[in-house]
Design a protein around this ligand. Structure first.
Ligand code: NAD
Length: 251
Protein backbone atom coordinates (compact mmCIF):
# COMPACT_ATOMS: atom_id res chain seq x y z
CA UNK A 1 0.00 0.00 0.00
CA UNK A 2 2.82 2.34 0.94
CA UNK A 3 4.64 1.42 -2.26
CA UNK A 4 1.49 2.09 -4.31
CA UNK A 5 1.15 5.53 -2.69
CA UNK A 6 4.73 6.38 -3.59
CA UNK A 7 4.23 5.25 -7.19
CA UNK A 8 1.07 7.33 -7.53
CA UNK A 9 2.79 10.38 -6.05
CA UNK A 10 5.63 9.94 -8.50
CA UNK A 11 3.19 9.65 -11.43
CA UNK A 12 1.43 12.85 -10.29
CA UNK A 13 4.77 14.62 -10.11
CA UNK A 14 5.69 13.49 -13.62
CA UNK A 15 2.31 14.61 -14.99
CA UNK A 16 2.54 18.02 -13.29
CA UNK A 17 6.02 18.58 -14.70
CA UNK A 18 5.44 17.36 -18.26
CA UNK A 19 4.43 19.62 -21.12
CA UNK A 20 3.58 17.16 -23.84
CA UNK A 21 1.77 14.07 -22.60
CA UNK A 22 0.46 11.33 -24.88
CA UNK A 23 -1.68 8.38 -23.80
CA UNK A 24 -1.43 5.00 -25.50
CA UNK A 25 -4.44 2.83 -24.68
CA UNK A 26 -5.57 -0.75 -25.24
CA UNK A 27 -8.51 -3.01 -24.51
CA UNK A 28 -7.80 -3.00 -20.74
CA UNK A 29 -8.97 0.62 -20.38
CA UNK A 30 -12.43 -0.42 -21.58
CA UNK A 31 -12.66 -3.66 -19.59
CA UNK A 32 -14.38 -1.82 -16.73
CA UNK A 33 -16.92 -0.47 -19.19
CA UNK A 34 -17.97 -4.07 -19.76
CA UNK A 35 -16.05 -4.70 -23.00
CA UNK A 36 -13.94 -7.83 -22.69
CA UNK A 37 -10.36 -7.72 -24.04
CA UNK A 38 -9.19 -10.28 -26.61
CA UNK A 39 -6.64 -11.95 -24.38
CA UNK A 40 -6.44 -12.98 -20.73
CA UNK A 41 -8.89 -14.83 -18.50
CA UNK A 42 -12.02 -13.04 -19.68
CA UNK A 43 -10.68 -12.65 -23.22
CA UNK A 44 -12.91 -12.95 -26.29
CA UNK A 45 -10.56 -15.45 -27.92
CA UNK A 46 -11.58 -18.01 -25.30
CA UNK A 47 -15.05 -17.95 -26.88
CA UNK A 48 -14.59 -16.96 -30.52
CA UNK A 49 -12.32 -17.92 -33.36
CA UNK A 50 -10.05 -15.00 -34.36
CA UNK A 51 -10.33 -16.12 -38.01
CA UNK A 52 -13.63 -14.17 -38.14
CA UNK A 53 -11.61 -10.98 -38.08
CA UNK A 54 -9.24 -11.94 -40.89
CA UNK A 55 -9.91 -9.85 -43.97
CA UNK A 56 -9.69 -12.85 -46.34
CA UNK A 57 -12.27 -14.72 -44.30
CA UNK A 58 -14.57 -11.67 -44.33
CA UNK A 59 -14.23 -11.28 -48.11
CA UNK A 60 -15.02 -14.98 -48.69
CA UNK A 61 -17.76 -15.42 -46.07
CA UNK A 62 -19.18 -11.97 -45.22
CA UNK A 63 -22.44 -13.34 -43.81
CA UNK A 64 -20.71 -15.82 -41.47
CA UNK A 65 -18.27 -13.14 -40.42
CA UNK A 66 -21.07 -10.62 -39.79
CA UNK A 67 -22.87 -13.16 -37.56
CA UNK A 68 -19.95 -13.16 -35.12
CA UNK A 69 -19.03 -9.48 -35.56
CA UNK A 70 -22.61 -8.50 -34.71
CA UNK A 71 -22.48 -10.43 -31.47
CA UNK A 72 -18.98 -9.43 -30.38
CA UNK A 73 -18.89 -5.81 -31.38
CA UNK A 74 -22.40 -4.50 -31.63
CA UNK A 75 -23.99 -6.28 -28.67
CA UNK A 76 -21.14 -5.55 -26.23
CA UNK A 77 -19.83 -2.26 -27.58
CA UNK A 78 -23.11 -0.43 -28.23
CA UNK A 79 -24.18 -0.67 -24.61
CA UNK A 80 -20.85 0.43 -23.15
CA UNK A 81 -20.25 3.80 -21.51
CA UNK A 82 -16.90 5.46 -20.76
CA UNK A 83 -15.48 4.78 -17.30
CA UNK A 84 -13.34 6.91 -14.97
CA UNK A 85 -10.17 6.08 -16.88
CA UNK A 86 -11.59 7.51 -20.13
CA UNK A 87 -12.89 10.52 -18.18
CA UNK A 88 -9.46 11.10 -16.64
CA UNK A 89 -7.87 11.39 -20.10
CA UNK A 90 -10.49 13.80 -21.41
CA UNK A 91 -10.05 15.97 -18.27
CA UNK A 92 -6.28 15.91 -18.75
CA UNK A 93 -6.74 17.14 -22.34
CA UNK A 94 -9.21 19.83 -21.29
CA UNK A 95 -6.61 21.06 -18.80
CA UNK A 96 -4.04 21.34 -21.60
CA UNK A 97 -1.78 18.61 -20.26
CA UNK A 98 -2.62 15.80 -22.65
CA UNK A 99 -1.95 16.39 -26.36
CA UNK A 100 -3.55 13.25 -27.77
CA UNK A 101 -4.71 9.71 -27.17
CA UNK A 102 -3.36 6.99 -29.43
CA UNK A 103 -5.82 4.15 -29.05
CA UNK A 104 -5.82 0.60 -30.31
CA UNK A 105 -9.46 0.40 -29.26
CA UNK A 106 -12.30 0.58 -31.72
CA UNK A 107 -15.10 1.14 -29.21
CA UNK A 108 -15.39 4.95 -29.54
CA UNK A 109 -15.30 5.36 -25.73
CA UNK A 110 -12.56 8.02 -25.68
CA UNK A 111 -14.66 10.16 -28.00
CA UNK A 112 -17.80 9.48 -25.93
CA UNK A 113 -15.88 10.64 -22.84
CA UNK A 114 -15.07 13.93 -24.58
CA UNK A 115 -11.50 13.38 -25.79
CA UNK A 116 -10.93 15.45 -28.93
CA UNK A 117 -7.53 14.48 -30.27
CA UNK A 118 -7.83 10.72 -30.72
CA UNK A 119 -5.71 8.73 -33.18
CA UNK A 120 -7.66 5.61 -34.04
CA UNK A 121 -4.85 3.20 -34.83
CA UNK A 122 -7.26 0.37 -35.63
CA UNK A 123 -10.25 2.39 -36.83
CA UNK A 124 -13.66 2.62 -35.17
CA UNK A 125 -16.57 0.19 -34.98
CA UNK A 126 -19.16 2.96 -34.90
CA UNK A 127 -18.71 3.45 -38.66
CA UNK A 128 -19.13 1.06 -41.60
CA UNK A 129 -17.22 1.34 -44.87
CA UNK A 130 -18.42 0.08 -48.25
CA UNK A 131 -15.93 -2.29 -49.85
CA UNK A 132 -17.00 -1.21 -53.36
CA UNK A 133 -17.33 2.60 -53.28
CA UNK A 134 -15.56 3.40 -49.96
CA UNK A 135 -18.59 5.29 -48.63
CA UNK A 136 -18.58 5.55 -44.83
CA UNK A 137 -21.74 5.62 -42.74
CA UNK A 138 -22.55 5.59 -39.02
CA UNK A 139 -23.75 2.24 -37.71
CA UNK A 140 -27.52 2.00 -37.35
CA UNK A 141 -29.76 -0.70 -35.90
CA UNK A 142 -31.33 -1.27 -39.32
CA UNK A 143 -27.96 -1.91 -40.95
CA UNK A 144 -26.73 -4.17 -38.17
CA UNK A 145 -29.90 -6.29 -38.21
CA UNK A 146 -29.39 -7.22 -41.85
CA UNK A 147 -27.54 -10.53 -42.35
CA UNK A 148 -25.00 -8.70 -44.52
CA UNK A 149 -25.29 -4.89 -44.46
CA UNK A 150 -25.07 -3.33 -47.93
CA UNK A 151 -24.43 0.16 -49.27
CA UNK A 152 -26.81 1.88 -51.71
CA UNK A 153 -24.31 1.04 -54.46
CA UNK A 154 -24.82 -2.68 -53.71
CA UNK A 155 -21.37 -3.14 -52.13
CA UNK A 156 -20.86 -4.96 -48.83
CA UNK A 157 -20.34 -2.89 -45.70
CA UNK A 158 -17.48 -3.84 -43.41
CA UNK A 159 -16.99 -2.33 -39.94
CA UNK A 160 -14.52 0.54 -40.34
CA UNK A 161 -11.90 -1.07 -38.13
CA UNK A 162 -8.73 -2.84 -39.14
CA UNK A 163 -9.12 -6.58 -39.72
CA UNK A 164 -6.17 -8.94 -39.40
CA UNK A 165 -4.29 -8.68 -42.70
CA UNK A 166 -5.34 -5.08 -43.41
CA UNK A 167 -3.01 -2.06 -43.33
CA UNK A 168 -3.16 0.57 -40.58
CA UNK A 169 -4.94 3.79 -41.76
CA UNK A 170 -2.05 6.00 -42.86
CA UNK A 171 -3.28 9.24 -41.19
CA UNK A 172 -3.64 7.55 -37.81
CA UNK A 173 -0.27 5.84 -38.22
CA UNK A 174 1.57 9.05 -39.12
CA UNK A 175 -0.09 11.07 -36.35
CA UNK A 176 0.73 8.35 -33.82
CA UNK A 177 4.39 8.10 -34.82
CA UNK A 178 4.69 11.88 -34.75
CA UNK A 179 3.03 12.16 -31.33
CA UNK A 180 5.16 9.33 -29.91
CA UNK A 181 8.34 10.97 -31.20
CA UNK A 182 7.58 14.34 -29.60
CA UNK A 183 6.04 13.54 -26.22
CA UNK A 184 7.92 14.04 -22.98
CA UNK A 185 5.65 11.62 -21.10
CA UNK A 186 3.71 8.64 -22.40
CA UNK A 187 1.02 6.94 -20.32
CA UNK A 188 0.51 3.33 -21.43
CA UNK A 189 -2.85 2.10 -20.17
CA UNK A 190 -4.34 -1.40 -20.41
CA UNK A 191 -2.44 -2.95 -23.27
CA UNK A 192 -0.56 -6.23 -23.49
CA UNK A 193 1.77 -4.72 -26.11
CA UNK A 194 1.41 -7.77 -28.32
CA UNK A 195 -0.16 -6.21 -31.40
CA UNK A 196 2.19 -4.96 -34.14
CA UNK A 197 2.82 -2.27 -35.29
CA UNK A 198 0.82 -0.37 -32.62
CA UNK A 199 3.08 -1.80 -29.93
CA UNK A 200 6.01 0.14 -31.39
CA UNK A 201 4.61 3.54 -30.26
CA UNK A 202 5.88 3.31 -26.65
CA UNK A 203 9.24 2.11 -27.97
CA UNK A 204 9.44 5.22 -30.18
CA UNK A 205 8.59 7.44 -27.20
CA UNK A 206 11.16 5.66 -25.04
CA UNK A 207 13.85 5.97 -27.73
CA UNK A 208 13.14 9.71 -27.79
CA UNK A 209 13.71 9.95 -24.01
CA UNK A 210 10.09 10.32 -22.94
CA UNK A 211 9.23 9.20 -19.43
CA UNK A 212 6.86 6.25 -19.40
CA UNK A 213 4.08 5.50 -16.91
CA UNK A 214 2.45 2.10 -17.34
CA UNK A 215 -0.87 1.12 -15.79
CA UNK A 216 -2.00 -2.47 -16.13
CA UNK A 217 -3.48 -5.25 -14.04
CA UNK A 218 -0.58 -7.47 -15.09
CA UNK A 219 3.00 -7.00 -16.26
CA UNK A 220 3.14 -6.54 -20.05
CA UNK A 221 5.80 -6.80 -22.73
CA UNK A 222 6.84 -3.24 -21.79
CA UNK A 223 7.19 -3.76 -18.06
CA UNK A 224 10.51 -5.51 -18.31
CA UNK A 225 11.59 -4.35 -21.75
CA UNK A 226 11.69 -0.60 -21.14
CA UNK A 227 12.14 1.45 -18.06
CA UNK A 228 8.60 2.29 -16.97
CA UNK A 229 6.97 3.57 -13.82
CA UNK A 230 4.73 0.51 -13.58
CA UNK A 231 1.61 0.86 -11.45
CA UNK A 232 -0.20 -2.44 -11.16
CA UNK A 233 -3.97 -2.40 -10.82
CA UNK A 234 -7.20 -1.40 -12.51
CA UNK A 235 -7.01 1.62 -14.79
CA UNK A 236 -10.08 3.38 -13.37
CA UNK A 237 -8.99 2.97 -9.73
CA UNK A 238 -5.43 4.18 -10.33
CA UNK A 239 -6.33 7.06 -12.63
CA UNK A 240 -9.07 8.23 -10.21
CA UNK A 241 -6.46 8.31 -7.47
CA UNK A 242 -4.05 10.23 -9.69
CA UNK A 243 -6.81 12.68 -10.59
CA UNK A 244 -7.61 13.25 -6.89
CA UNK A 245 -4.00 14.22 -6.24
CA UNK A 246 -3.54 16.40 -9.35
CA UNK A 247 -4.05 20.07 -8.84
CA UNK A 248 -5.02 21.51 -12.20
CA UNK A 249 -5.86 24.97 -10.92
CA UNK A 250 -2.43 25.67 -9.42
CA UNK A 251 -0.69 25.60 -12.79
P1 NAD B 1 -5.10 -7.19 -25.05
O1 NAD B 1 -6.41 -7.92 -24.97
O2 NAD B 1 -3.98 -7.85 -25.74
O3 NAD B 1 -4.58 -6.84 -23.56
C1 NAD B 1 -5.40 -6.23 -22.61
C2 NAD B 1 -4.50 -5.73 -21.49
O4 NAD B 1 -5.28 -4.99 -20.59
C3 NAD B 1 -3.84 -6.86 -20.71
O5 NAD B 1 -2.46 -6.56 -20.56
C4 NAD B 1 -4.54 -6.83 -19.35
O6 NAD B 1 -3.69 -7.18 -18.27
C5 NAD B 1 -4.94 -5.37 -19.25
N1 NAD B 1 -6.13 -5.10 -18.45
C6 NAD B 1 -7.30 -5.81 -18.40
N2 NAD B 1 -8.18 -5.21 -17.59
C7 NAD B 1 -7.58 -4.09 -17.13
C8 NAD B 1 -7.99 -3.04 -16.25
N3 NAD B 1 -9.21 -3.02 -15.70
N4 NAD B 1 -7.12 -2.04 -15.99
C9 NAD B 1 -5.85 -2.04 -16.53
N5 NAD B 1 -5.42 -3.00 -17.37
C10 NAD B 1 -6.27 -4.02 -17.66
O7 NAD B 1 -5.44 -5.77 -25.64
P2 NAD B 1 -4.58 -4.80 -26.54
O8 NAD B 1 -3.21 -4.73 -26.04
O9 NAD B 1 -5.39 -3.55 -26.68
O10 NAD B 1 -4.50 -5.48 -27.99
C11 NAD B 1 -5.56 -6.18 -28.54
C12 NAD B 1 -6.24 -5.62 -29.78
O11 NAD B 1 -7.60 -5.88 -29.53
C13 NAD B 1 -6.19 -4.14 -30.01
O12 NAD B 1 -5.63 -3.97 -31.22
C14 NAD B 1 -7.65 -3.66 -30.08
O13 NAD B 1 -7.93 -3.12 -31.35
C15 NAD B 1 -8.48 -4.89 -29.99
N6 NAD B 1 -9.59 -4.86 -29.02
C16 NAD B 1 -10.21 -3.70 -28.76
C17 NAD B 1 -11.25 -3.67 -27.84
C18 NAD B 1 -11.93 -2.37 -27.60
O14 NAD B 1 -12.01 -1.54 -28.52
N7 NAD B 1 -12.38 -2.12 -26.37
C19 NAD B 1 -11.62 -4.84 -27.17
C20 NAD B 1 -10.95 -6.03 -27.48
C21 NAD B 1 -9.93 -6.02 -28.39
Amino acid sequence: MEKMNTLIDEAVDWIQNSKHIIAFTGAGISAESGIPPFRGEEGLWNRYDPVTLEIDYFLNYPEKSWEVIREIFYEHFNKALPNKAHDFLSDLERNNKLKAVITQNIDNLHQKAGSKEVYEFHGNSSRLVCLSCNHRTPVSDALIKSSCPRCQCGGIYKPDFVFFGEPIPSDAYQSSVNASSHCDLMMIIGTSGEVMPANQMPLIAHANHAKIIEINKEASLYTTRINTLFIQGSASAILSEIENRLNYSSR
